[in-house]
Design a protein around this ligand. Structure first.
Ligand code: 13P
Ligand code: ZN
Length: 273
């Protein structure tokens, strides 16, 4: 007998995270998407893995992830609705052997599809797994203050990173590799996926100017926490600017001392010490 999949730990993580992201205002309407790499042992008690409901072609090559399972949010689905109707708003997919399709094993019960940002998610997973075998989660959301900062702040990665590090002492410790920034591009495309994944080789946060943020990590908590911390830095920056601007800040020397104390290596070229 199969266990009720709605009680699975990964399902609870998905419903809780989508609710939290909605509550924080970072996923209005259908904004944002999540994909979470699952292993066969986690799924087997809840799902017949031989029962494929639909095969959906993909127009890019995901063969590096052939046979991998993901729980993903649906395209056009609202994060606020996930908790009340997981089987409509979420799907469990397996990447087909040739990497050119995904097999739907559960969910998207109204005929829905995986997020339109699936190319970016899968390309990011491939890249992060190549540098971190513990990697599992990609979250995209429309974090308000980070988006705002992409209008008011220089889009140079080094400058943007230094400003975020200065805004909260925690930032450098949580993302010492800094943030990646790509140019504005049309979402949902292979091109934006490739550009984002290139950044993901060295960084777990990539900003899409005037759109949102992608975060990567080994757990849902870690990935959510990463985005939260960067967004907090951006929120403080917004308050600082509205209070009249920076009068004093954490110096580069102090940031380096912080890095030394927490044994993290700051991205090269950001601190001048
Ligand atoms: P989806 O509804 O297809 O996931 O798209 C939302 C989004 O944020 C696009 O960038
Ligand atoms: Zn988006």
């Amino acid at each position: 007998m199969m266990l009720d999949i709605l009680t699975a730990p990964f399902m609870k993580e998905m419903t809780k995270t989508t609710s939290n992201l909605y509550r924080l205002g970072w996923d209005e309407r259908n904004g944002g998407n999540i994909s979470y790499l699952l292993n066969e042992e986690e799924l087997a008690p809840y799902l017949d893995l031989n029962s494929v409901r639909r095969v959906v072609p993909m127009n890019f090559d995901a063969s590096a992830l052939a046979g991998c399972y993901f729980i993903v949010t649906g395209s056009g689905k609202y994060f606020k609705n996930v908790i009340d109707a997981p089987a409509l708003n979420l799907g469990i997919i397996r990447i087909a052997k040739d990497g050119r399709a995904y097999e739907l094993l559960w969910g998207f019960e109204d005929g829905g599809l995986a997020t339109s940002e699936l190319p970016t998610h899968l390309m990011n997973h491939t890249k992060r797994l190549s540098v971190d075998p513990t990697h599992r989660v990609i979250i995209h959301c429309h974090a308000t203050h980070l988006i705002a900062m992409t209008f008011t702040h220089d889009l140079d990665e080094v400058e943007f990173t230094r400003t975020l590090w200065q805004m909260c002492t925690e930032c450098l410790v949580v993302f010492p590799e800094g943030v990646g920034i790509i140019p504005w591009m049309v979402p949902g495309t292979d091109s934006i996926g490739k550009a984002t994944a290139e950044k993901m080789a060295d960084m777990r946060i990539v900003l899409w100017p005037h759109h949102g943020i992608f975060g990567a990590g080994p757990t849902m908590d870690d990935t959510f926490g990463l985005i939260e911390t960067a967004e907090k830095g951006a929120e403080v920056y917004t308050a600082v600017c509205s209070q009249g601007g920076i009068k004093q800040t954490i110096t580069d020397r102090q940031l380096q001392d912080l890095a030394d104390a927490f044994q993290v290596t700051p991205r090269a070229g950001v601190l001048h010490v």
